[in-house]
Design a binder for this molecule. Structure first.
Ligand SMILES: *Cc1c(COP(=O)(O)O)cnc(C)c1O
Length: 485
């Protein structure tokens, strides 16, 4: 078996601290007491909890090893599709953690925090430039939160026109958070089936778009990793019926510097700073989902935004038609600082290059693996590529088996069984940060697993082998988490 990265730290088989060590063993030596024990000492040091008795080196090794049980982007390639698990420059962490930033109290008067406000102001402008849209609020704390802000803006816009629209068009290739965000705002999602080419069919939109429909939510590139080619035509149809177009821009790393979302017809779009713009994520850490809009919707943006009159940066005094606050204070400020530093250090040319590499890397994997795994849609892909287990099913090997076997080689599995439109989907997103050599190693490992599926399928069905816990009941794990080991 060929091993990729992280190949030594993932063997989670070792005794608990209580099973290790020996009664009476000590981790430190202190001089013997030269005074008699006092009653108060006895109370404090009497029976007490049953701590394991360990030497110093046993404790150090224990915690060092535990620190290596995690899999992260710093330990190896993490090809989780739709998530953009890429390497983020550590220098941006340093800036976000600088005392000037972290010690600024969010309730300081504007005049005492001009620098921190300026970062927000300039970031608003950069994000507008990158998306092509006119006005930005950086308040939402995640992608789904940005979508919610967007849906509130849809609702406020139609209300300002004296209308109450009830439905929203929802392609089956939209991200799962889209219908949830729409439903949270009281909209009924109307499902749209993607056509044989994996993208939206214009005629279907024309048929379904009516006066009761608030608009459409388009994930572009969609969750199949394909660019919605007809987006301008679709936008025209939706606009003609008085609707708005929402663009899910979570995966801006596929189009940044190349596509202008306003020219595509998008009215509202959110970004995931914790995907494209240098905040490490996974495990639910803090994020930011700025929402960007065209000029006519600017008055509805979450308030307050930061303004600049040429002399002073201020939090705007009022925005009467705003959908309101989406977050306390200034949003997840540390995430904003990382994005700001990332954009400045990259510059326009390199941001565009990041996009080009993200697409090139995914295309490379697509071409190299397409004879080995079934390719759901054999078309030019963007930042991610969707395969399936169709060929391996013949040997009774499934997507889950392939994912588990990849773990034995030190890889985090790709996204599996999503998007739902591809049965047994294996969705791979290498990101722009992996080198050619790293991609080649990954490709070799997948090819070897495919060979194994044909010759020793039972091995795959029992994988992984290098872990203490092997096949978990994944539903139970989510519903009844066991947190005590
Ligand atoms: C990740 C993602 C989201 C959701 O973002 P969160 O920050 O997890 O809420 C929405 N849409 C797309 C296309 C995504 O990839």
């Amino acid at each position: 078996m060929k091993y990729g990265p992280g190949n030594s730290g993932l063997i989670m088989d070792e005794p608990l601290l209580w099973e290790r060590g020996k009664k009476g063993r000590n981790g430190m030596s202190i001089p013997e007491s030269d005074v008699p024990a006092s009653p108060i000492n006895e109370d404090l040091c009497g029976e007490g909890p049953d701590f394991p008795d360990l030497s110093e080196v046993e404790v150090v090794r224990h915690y060092t090893r535990i620190s290596q049980w995690n899999f992260g982007i710093d330990t190896g390639m993490y090809p989780l599709g739709s998530c953009t698990m890429k390497y983020n420059p550590k220098i941006n962490e340093k800036h976000a953690g600088a005392a000037e930033i972290t010690a600024a109290h969010p309730m300081l008067d504007d005049e005492y925090c001009q620098g921190t406000l300026r970062i927000i102001y300039e970031l608003q402008n950069y994000l507008a430039e990158i998306t092509g849209l006119d006005c930005v609020s950086v308040q939402p704390a995640a992608g789904a939160h940005g979508e919610l802000a967007g849906m509130l803006i849809f609702e406020a816009y139609h209300r300002s026109n004296g209308q109450k629209r009830t439905k929203i068009l929802m392609p089956d290739t939209a991200h799962g958070t889209n219908p949830a965000s729409a439903a949270l705002c009281g909209y009924k999602p109307v499902a749209i089936k993607s056509g044989a080419r994996g993208i939206l069919d214009v005629d279907q939109i024309r048929e379904l778009m009516d006066d009761e429909t608030a608009g459409i939510m388009i994930t572009n590139p969609n969750t199949l990793g394909l660019f919605e080619e007809n987006i301008r035509e679709i936008s025209e149809i939706v606009h003609k019926k008085g609707g708005l177009v929402y663009g899910d821009g979570a995966n801006m790393n596929a189009v940044m510097g190349i596509a202008d979302m306003k020219r595509c017809g998008v009215d509202v779009l959110h970004l995931n700073l914790h995907k494209t713009f240098s905040t490490p994520h996974g495990g639910g850490g803090p994020g930011a989902g700025p929402v960007c809009v065209v000029e006519k919707l600017a008055k509805f943006l979450p308030a307050p935004r930061v303004e600049f009159d040429g002399v002073k940066y201020t939090l705007e005094a009022e925005r009467p038609e705003s959908v309101g606050r989406m977050h306390c204070f200034h949003g997840n400020y540390g995430v904003l600082v990382r994005a700001f530093c990332y954009i400045l250090t990259m510059g326009a040319e390199n941001l565009k290059k990041a996009t080009q590499y993200a697409v090139l890397n995914a295309s490379y994997i697509k071409v190299k693996l397409k004879g080995h795994l079934h390719l759901a849609y054999d078309r030019p892909c963007m930042h991610e590529v969707v395969f399936s287990d169709k060929k391996q099913l013949e040997f009774k090997v499934t997507t889950l088996d392939i994912a588990k076997r990849l773990m034995d080689s030190g890889y985090h599995p790709p996204t599996i069984y999503f998007p739902l439109v591809v049965p047994g989907a294996i969705m791979i997103e290498p990101t722009e940060t992996e080198s050619l050599e790293e991609l080649d190693t990954f490709i070799e490992v997948v090819k070897e697993i495919v060979r194994e599926a044909e010759t020793e399928p039972e091995v795959l069905r029992n994988a992984p082998f290098r872990f203490k816990v092997k096949r978990l009941d994944e539903t139970q794990a989510a519903r009844k988490p066991c947190l005590c080991g």
